[in-house]
Ligand binder design. Structure first.
Ligand SMILES: Cc1cc2nc3c(=O)[nH]c(=O)nc-3n(C[C@H](O)[C@H](O)[C@H](O)COP(=O)(O)OP(=O)(O)OC[C@H]3O[C@@H](n4cnc5c(N)ncnc54)[C@H](O)[C@@H]3O)c2cc1C
Length: 464
């Protein structure tokens, strides 16, 4: 964990107002309460100083220069849809709400890039690209509610990573403001450059701890073909995972490859009774193609693999609407989780795909040890599962569920994997860091943080 290098000077909103006359500052109890935490269960510190809403890079720069000089912590925030507590408040902090910087600066169809401010909602950027016949590939399930800046700062994943990679793969360059107010661009917008170290790569996924992202240039692709998909239902988790692994390692890379076990299906059905998920299946797998050429062959191949692996049902989505309804049901897994037993905590492990079966086999032991029920679903094409640890609310039950998530994280680490595939470390996953990274790597990481932010003002206490 990082802490402020020196004691904060007595910061006051009045002094901030005087120093930053152009920046919208809101210290109303309503604003402070609304910005105190994200969608995780991490409450955030109770006494942040103020919510600041800059309108430009220059305002971000002035604000950071002031905060740095006065050792005031700054917590960058998008729409706070994060699920690891990364955007949660810190006592005495300026909560830097970047949602007012929400302009799509431009789309260049020749160079196939888009330039956007950090507060742009991800699905709005995707729609703007689509209106020019282009494609912004990252598709987290929160695309309609999360910001591009938040996606870049968390290196968000989602359902299309097996084919198009995580957000990192779509980021061409960044304009950022360093902790002392310096504005810089991380690289030219060329496809290639080997000039200098990869600063873009360092800042992507840094969860607001290295710099504030004020403009993002992303790569666009030619529009893919229409999505078409095949659903397979299996008698066992092992058979479902065997099938998805065969598809993932085959030559016909799907655009989406998703998995849910029977308990996930039960959770969704409880939440949305008319959701298009089957009543009886122990495993559900969906393989989607968006190929412009060869889509029919892709679908046939997915069907054959599902059948070979022992699927009891193999079925094509008959229309775009039907496929979208199936995908929407899958997106509802996280919001459905609590309905299983009344309380739930979600993990975010990723393992090499070959270790998915071993991970799922280890789950029963964790259930018994902590008296919880675990549902397994996620982006199996990336080896990324979001184990839902469900519990019946009672004294001590939540603490047991948290411990179960930590044990699952360690199981993933033992299998060569990670405690977080896409949600980030934030506050929630900090306890699992020491078992994931070698002491020398952790130390190097903290020294890099200190170089970027010597006074430790940016999102202190998170990520490291
Ligand atoms: C229903 C639902 C579905 C989700 N599905 C997915 C999914 O499929 N895949 C996935 O990866 N995540 C998913 N998430 C998690 C979340 O949406 C992502 O982590 C998202 O990237 C957060 O974006 P945000 O704008 O809400 O950022 P916030 O939560 O506000 O912030 C997240 C982090 O980014 C930092 N940050 C934000 N903006 C900036 C900036 N401009 N400069 C520097 N740092 C910044 C913050 O300090 C914080 O550390 C989901 C969440 C929900 C609620």
């Amino acid at each position: 964990m990082t802490a402020l290098a020196t004691d904060p000077a007595p910061a006051s909103v009045a002094a901030l107002r005087a120093a930053l006359p152009g920046v919208v500052l809101d210290d109303s109890p309503t604003a402070l309460a609304a910005h105190r935490t994200d969608r995780s269960a991490m409450p955030g510190d109770p006494n942040p100083l103020v919510v600041a809403r800059p309108a430009s890079t220059e305002q971000v720069s002035q604000l950071l220069a002031y905060a740095n000089a006065h050792r005031i912590p700054v917590v960058p925030q998008g729409t706070r849809t994060g699920v690891a507590g990364a955007a949660s408040a810190v006592d005495g902090a300026i909560l830097l709400d970047l949602t007012a910087m929400d302009r799509i600066v431009g789309i260049d169809a020749d160079d196939m890039i888009a330039v956007a401010q950090p507060g742009v909602i991800v699905s709005d950027l995707a729609a703007a690209a689509a209106s020019r016949g282009l494609f912004y590939a990252p598709d987290p399930a929160s695309a309609q509610i999360s910001t591009l800046g938040g996606n870049v700062a968390t290196n968000a994943g989602g359902m299309r990573c097996i084919k198009y990679g995580v957000t990192r793969e779509s980021v061409r360059s960044l304009e950022v403001v360093l902790a002392d107010g310096t504005i810089l661009r991380t690289r030219p917008n060329t496809i290639k450059t080997v000039g200098g170290l990869d600063l873009t790569g360092l800042i992507v996924g840094s969860e607001g701890t290295l710099a504030v992202i004020t403009e993002i240039t992303v790569k666009l692709l030619p529009a893919p073909g229409p999505e078409r998909g095949v659903l397979g239902l299996f008698p066992s988790v092992a058979q479902g995972l065997a099938a998805t692994n065969r598809i993932a390692s085959g030559s016909r890379t799907p655009a989406r490859l998703e998995f849910m076990d029977g308990r996930c299906l039960e959770a969704i059905r409880k939440h949305i009774p008319d959701a298009p998920v089957p009543a009886e299946a122990n495993a559900w797998a969906l393989a989607v193609t968006d190929a412009r050429d060869g889509a029919e062959e892709d679908l046939t191949s997915f069907e054959e693999i599902f059948t070979d692996a022992g699927a009891t049902t193999v079925q094509r989505a008959t229309s775009a609407e039907e496929l979208e309804a199936i995908l929407e049901a899958r997106r509802q897994l996280q919001p459905s989780a609590r309905g299983l037993l009344g309380g739930s905590v979600e993990g975010d492990i990723a393992v090499p795909r070959s270790a998915l079966a071993a991970f799922s086999a280890g789950v029963a032991e964790v259930e018994n040890a902590y008296d919880v029920t675990i549902a397994l679903g996620g982006h199996v094409g990336d080896g990324n599962l979001h184990p839902i640890v469900a519990y019946t609310p009672a004294e001590g039950a939540r603490a047991r569920a948290d411990e179960a998530v930590m044990t699952l994280s360690r199981l993933a680490q033992e299998l060569g994997g990670t405690m977080s595939g896409e949600h980030g470390v934030g506050l929630e996953k900090l306890p699992a860091l020491d078992t994931e990274m070698a002491p020398a790597a952790l130390d190097l990481q903290r020294r890099i943080k200190a170089l970027f932010d010597p006074n430790g003002i940016l999102n202190p206490g998170k990520k490291y």
